[in-house]
Design a protein around this ligand. Structure first.
Ligand code: ADP
Ligand code: MG
Length: 471
């Protein structure tokens, strides 16, 4: 594995097969929706003589891409390297991908090699007209950031800078973009990612053009800098940024900054810069709560339906499911909606809950893994107020039998364990006992409303344990 990875990186370096170029071309060619929903998930693995190996997170995504977009992808690759005649996919699950991406990140840091900076990060004064205040959906987690941004855009704020922070995919770039969009109509606006600022900076040093660089950035009414955490450890850049920052403050220009963390949590960034950041208004964006997730689902589906003549229906079940399941970010939520919509458009049907689980498998992974027999047993014992020893004992008192059967039933429906496996986890009970328990509860569930209610409560506790606490 290790040698494979090294080889992978060295082939990347020596031949400079720049996957990000192909990605930006596909984005242009196939549109942002398709790109965000499906193609962004593709990772470059390795290049061989006449074919390249790519990875995707699930079988479903691979099949979807191969059946619909493979030709176009190959075409893009060929225009770049005509020897390539074939694409192969490997399915790589989430955890492996994480290792790989952290490795790549390291590479960027240590090499400081600009050619590794992904094109998608290079957006520079390219304000996206689709990201505006009017389609920014507000909830309690982002209200303050929204209001502060709106004030800046109306030029009625008296704080400077405005510093917005929060995790990935929560709407920071959307807000900065909205501010830029409004102000551009009346003022000089510069919208740049810190990464791009770095790129320009290094380029100017190399070409001996620092005077022009300074003039360029100091000659604006509003400077919007996205993802400032990227400056960490880059001393020369910080030095330059600090002076730019001061020059802008002096002449009354406004500065708006986004970051993935609070100013005092920025590592390897000069204290005097951090203290400047804290000197204005600092607001955070939290993960969306349940209310906001529901609202986003409704509005996004409406938005898409307004764009196309053929209306798409997503069932209430599916909406409920994704609003409880997709918690990490608004980006993932929007991505999930886009995928469901493209599925229903292509198959001309409303996706069922089971289909939804397949389509979104890679986004749901984490919760699936969390359900263990141990968790089920613990929560069921707590619910019925018995001890785990009692549950696992061979005693057949009525007050123990029902909870035991309930736990067995829930294990059967919530995990992929086989009957003998479940038997083993319940003190080596025979698989016929397991079947009997499952059938008993199934029957009771249909006859006894209290049983059904208990099962639903337990199911929610088991599946959404953390999330219930979070809300
Ligand atoms: P960040 O910069 O915080 O990583 P983005 O601003 O890029 O996140 O947001 C990710 C995606 O989610 C974008 O497509 C954006 O338009 C969308 N999005 C984020 N927050 C909202 C919101 N409150 N309302 C509507 N769309 C949102
Ligand atoms: Mg962003």
């Amino acid at each position: 594995m290790n040698s494979f990875k090294n080889k992978n990186l060295s082939s990347l370096k020596s031949e400079k097969f720049d996957w990000s170029l192909i990605q930006s071309e596909m984005k242009k060619k196939l549109g942002l929706d398709i790109y965000e929903s499906w193609l962004k998930k593709i990772n470059f693995v390795e290049e061989f003589n006449n074919y390249i190996l790519l990875s995707v997170p699930t079988r479903f995504i691979r099949d979807w891409i191969t059946s619909r977009y493979l030709d176009q992808i190959l075409q893009s690759i060929k225009s770049y390297k005509k020897e390539i005649i074939r694409i192969e996919f490997r399915i790589v699950d989430q955890s492996e991908k994480f290792v790989k991406s952290s490795k790549n990140l390291k590479l960027i840091d240590t090499n400081e090699n600009i050619s590794f900076i992904k094109d998608s990060h290079l957006q520079y004064n390219r304000i996206d007209p689709n990201k505006r205040f009017k389609n920014f959906i507000i909830g309690s987690s982002n209200k303050l950031a929204y209001e502060a941004s709106l004030k800046v855009s109306e030029n009625v704020s008296n704080y400077n800078p405005l510093y917005i922070y929060g995790g990935v995919g929560l709407g920071k770039t959307h807000l900065l973009n909205s501010i830029g969009y409004e102000l551009k109509k009346i003022s000089k606006v510069m919208f740049i990612s810190a990464e791009r600022f770095m790129y320009q900076f290094v380029k100017s040093i190399k070409s001996n053009d620092m005077v022009k660089f300074k003039e360029h950035f100091r000659n604006t009414d509003f400077l919007l800098i996205d993802d400032i955490q990227f400056m960490n450890g880059k001393e020369a850049m910080q030095e330059e940024f600090f002076h730019t920052f001061n020059a802008l403050l002096d002449k009354g220009s406004k500065i708006i900054i986004s970051s993935d963390r609070a100013p005092n949590k920025l590592s390897r960034i000069q204290e005097r810069i951090k203290s400047r950041f804290s000197g204005g208004l600092v607001v955070d964006i939290q993960k969306p709560d349940y209310e906001l997730r529901k609202k986003i689902i409704e509005k996004k589906i409406d938005e898409i339906n307004n764009l196309y003549p053929d209306q798409i229906k997503i069932s209430k079940d599916v909406k409920d499911f994704i609003s409880v399941e997709i918690l990490a970010s608004i980006r993932e939520l929007v991505g999930a909606i886009n995928r469901l919509v493209s599925f229903s458009r292509i198959y001309n049907k409303t996706p069922s809950l089971a289909e939804t689980k397949v389509i979104l498998k890679d986004l749901l992974n984490l919760t699936e893994n969390k359900v263990t027999i141990d968790l089920i047993q613990t929560l069921v014992c707590k619910f019925f107020k018995i001890s785990k020893n009692e549950m696992l004992s061979s005693r057949r008192s009525r007050y123990l039998v029902r909870p035991r059967q309930t736990a067995i039933y829930l294990t059967k429906i919530l995990t992929s364990k086989s009957l003998p496996e479940i038997g083993r986890e319940f003190s080596n009970r025979d698989h016929t006992t397991i079947i009997h328990s499952v059938r008993t509860i199934e029957k009771l569930k249909d006859q006894d409303p209290e049983m059904l209610e208990n099962l639903n409560k337990l199911k929610n506790q088991i599946l959404y344990n953390e999330k219930v606490n979070e809300i």
